[in-house]
Each structure stands twice: as C-alpha cells, then as structure tokens.
Design a protein around this ligand. Structure first.
Ligand SMILES: Cc1ncc(COP(=O)(O)O)c(C=O)c1O
Length: 420
C-alpha cells in the first residue's frame, strides 16, 4: 500500500495519479535529468530548521553535514541560522564554502588527521568534540604551533541504549566513540592542564534514527550530573552538546517524533543549567526532504521469486544493504493494476544489492519510474563508484521551480578528475 505520502513530506502529493514534490512533476525531472536522480525539497528543509529553532529557541542548531553534504543544501540550512556539525576536513570545507560561520561549527570524529585538525584550528571553529587523550595532546601542540587556543568538549559516552540499529548506536560503553563517562573527569583535568586548550563544553551523541525519546532523557540526566560535578571542580562549561539522532518516518506505520517532543522531555532537565544547548540533527532535517527516482530496467520471474531490476543500486543508496534499512517505494505514475511480491534490486554485482526485499508493489512495467522515499539523508552522502558507476545528479525543488545542484558524473569524471 502506498500509505499517506504527506506524512513523509507535506510537499509530496499525487496530482492526476502522478507524483509531485513542491508542485514539480517527478516524471518530468526524471525525463529531463535522467535516472537515478536525487530530488530534494528546499521548503521541507527550511521548515525543519525553523521547527528546531522554535522548539529550542535558546539553542544552537548545528546541522550534521554527514547526512547530506551538497553545498547548496548546507547553504540553505546555514541561511536559516544553523551552524554545522562536521566530522572531516572535507565537511569543514563544505560548511565554510556554504557560508557557515566558523563560530557555529563543532567538530566530532574519532580519527581526525593532523591536516584536518590544523585547518579547523586555523579557522577558529567553535569547539572540537574530542574523542581521545591522544587527540587532546595533538590538538594542544597544533594550537601551540599556530598560536591559537583550541576550544574543546570531551565527547562522553553516557552508556545509554538508543534502541536503534547496532551500527548507528554510538553512545554505548563498547563503542569506539568518545570517552567513558566514568573516565570523563580525568580527561577534563588533563585537558585543563594543557596550555593551548580551553575546556568549554560537554558533548554526547547516543545514536541515530531514534524514535523513542526515553534514551535521550537518560543521557541528558547523566550529562547534567557530569556538568554539575565539573562546575563544582571549577570548570567553566559553557556548552552542552547533546548530538543528533532524532529518527524519521521510513515505514508507513512509523510515527516520527518532532523536535518539540524532544524539547518537552529534555528542556526541563536542563532547567537551571546555564550552559548553552547545542543540537546536531542530520537525518531529521534532510531525510524526508529527499527522494531517489529510479527507472525499471527489467522484470525477472524466477518461479519462486520476482525481481524488479532498476537502475539505482547500492552504490547510490546503500542503507538497505548495510543496515537492512526499509525505504518506502512508490510508483511515480499510479495505475490501476495488480500487486506482486518482489525484490527490487539494482545492477551491482552483489546479492546484497537491493532497495527492497519481498515488497508488495504494483506490477511494474519496464521503463517506468519508481520513487524511493526518505532518501535525503545518508543516501547521496554514502554513494560510491562501485562497479565504476558515476554518482547520480541532484535536483532541488522549491515552490514549483527546480534547479540542478549537482551534475551527474560521467566516466571521465571518475577516470581523470583526480588522475595524474
Ligand atoms: C556526532 C554526531 N552528531 C550528529 C549526528 C547526526 O545524527 P542524525 O543524522 O541521526 O541526526 C551523528 C550521526 O552519526 C554523529 O555521529
């Protein structure tokens, strides 16, 4: 069943059985730009940032660039007043190119390289979310060499189960991220002893695609306890950064929590805390802004199983392959026809290359288009050239108009762009 499309994105609708995003026909876009094609709704993204800012009027919203690093998208988000949460030098460059002020950039990541740290120190970003003792020492020496002070938070692992997929649970004790909360104070004391480091915050991020708010509450309670202990010990903690992770609707039966639901639960806990709150949402800003359009190449009936082979594969959208993630798939043109149960698969030479398995879907025809929903986050940004496939084009739609925001790559781009 198609489900209620507007629950994914209020700008997604059927007109005369054809799919439109912000009043732009997806069929027309597929014909003009080819497939696979990512299409994003600008109004949806703006609405999401505005909702976050309304729900958390005092907080700094640092968009997690990893969710979708298209510079035009980061620019829109920056223009709505958000900062950026980055995890690499590349994301720093994108954020700066998109006009995000360095004073609104926070930088997490377990494996920051020397050159990445140097770039970020020289740009005087708001805060490094430091994940290890080694990183503290390196950061101190870089800041010393550049004649700067590096502001830091320690990324603390509150050991809270976010009740999501294990690959996107990040705040558990056994995960590679951050510092165990029981060891945090020692790391803070070490940080304080380093001349070129200024301790300004506490950071945590418990995981992604979190639909139940309860784990956030648990994490924030632990962070507030740590905050109080640190303040008692004379630290001046000015920022509490609780990361991202709010989940979105992927399945028709899922109800996504809103930033207001999150605010209702955690703002009372932060009541008398004087530090500024930082949030790092990614998926919940861009996830349901995006749609991946693919074209049906072939239909295969193997007796025990039907396959619909489309031109988008795991190199374009890897989430189903690596997380077993569900993406809702609907036809671009709706017709009155029978349903079948089929696997919707891509052209990649891997059995794990599928967009959907055992999915009840309309009896598709060769050449027609399908729309893979919720493809705005961790989709293009995780795309690869596997099987020497150029990455898709990206189009932004807004109030009836559209523009290309990334050209489709060609073979020359992959072969020669970086060759020497
Ligand atoms: C440190 C950090 N902040 C923010 C995010 C964004 O998470 P989400 O897209 O689920 O909001 C992530 C995602 O992995 C992260 O690792």
């Amino acid at each position: 069943m198609e489900g209620i499309l507007s629950e994914y994105n209020p700008y997604l609708e059927r007109k005369n059985d054809s799919l439109y995003l912000e009043g732009v026909s997806l069929k027309k876009l597929a014909e003009e730009f080819g497939t696979p094609l990512f299409v994003y709704s600008a109004s949806y993204i703006k609405d999401r940032i505005r909702t976050y800012r309304e729900a958390f009027p005092q907080a700094l919203i640092c968009y997690a660039v990893k969710a979708n690093f298209n510079p035009e998208i980061v620019k829109i988000i920056g223009e709505e007043g958000a900062g950026a949460d980055i995890v690499s030098g590349g994301e720093l460059v994108v954020a700066l190119k998109a006009g995000v002020d360095p004073s609104k950039i926070v930088y997490a990541g377990v494996g920051k390289t020397l050159s990445e740290l140097e770039l970020a120190v020289s740009k005087e970003i708001l805060m490094f979310n430091v994940e290890s003792r080694d990183e503290l020492y390196i950061l101190d020496s870089i800041a010393n060499r550049l004649g700067k002070k590096a502001r830091i938070a320690i990324r603390v692992n509150p050991d809270v189960n976010p009740l999501t997929h294990p690959y996107i649970s990040t705040g558990l004790r056994k995960s590679k991220f951050g510092v165990d909360i029981s060891q945090a104070k020692e790391e803070y004391k070490l940080a304080r002893s380093l001349k070129n480091i200024e301790v300004v915050g506490i950071h945590c991020h418990i995981g992604s695609q979190i639909l139940d708010i309860a784990p956030y509450k648990e994490a924030v309670l632990k962070i507030v306890n740590l905050y109080r202990e640190l303040m008692k010990e004379g630290f001046n903690i000015r920022y509490i950064d609780i990361g991202g992770g709010l989940g979105i609707k992927y399945k028709p039966e899922e109800v996504e929590p809103s930033p207001f639901d999150l605010a209702k639960e955690i703002l009372p806990i932060l009541g008398e805390v004087e530090a500024h709150l930082i949030l790092e949402p990614g998926r919940s800003v861009v996830g349901n802004a995006g749609i991946l359009i693919a074209q049906v190449l072939f239909l295969k009936d193997k007796g025990i199983k039907h396959f619909v082979v489309v031109d988008a594969g795991m190199n374009d959208l890897v989430r189903p392959s690596i997380y077993g993630a569900y993406h809702h798939i609907v036809t671009v043109e709706k017709k009155d026809r029978a349903y079948i149960i089929a696997d919707i698969v891509g052209p990649i030479c891997e059995t794990g290359d599928f967009l959907a398995q055992d999915r009840r879907i309309e009896f598709l025809e060769k050449g027609e288009y399908i729309a893979v929903l919720s493809a705005g986050a961790y989709s293009f940004s995780m795309a690869s050239h596997y099987n020497m496939r150029p990455r898709p084009a990206e189009v932004l739609v807004e109030k009836g108009s559209y523009r290309l925001i990334r050209k489709r790559e060609d073979y020359n781009y992959i072969l020669y762009e970086n060759s020497y």
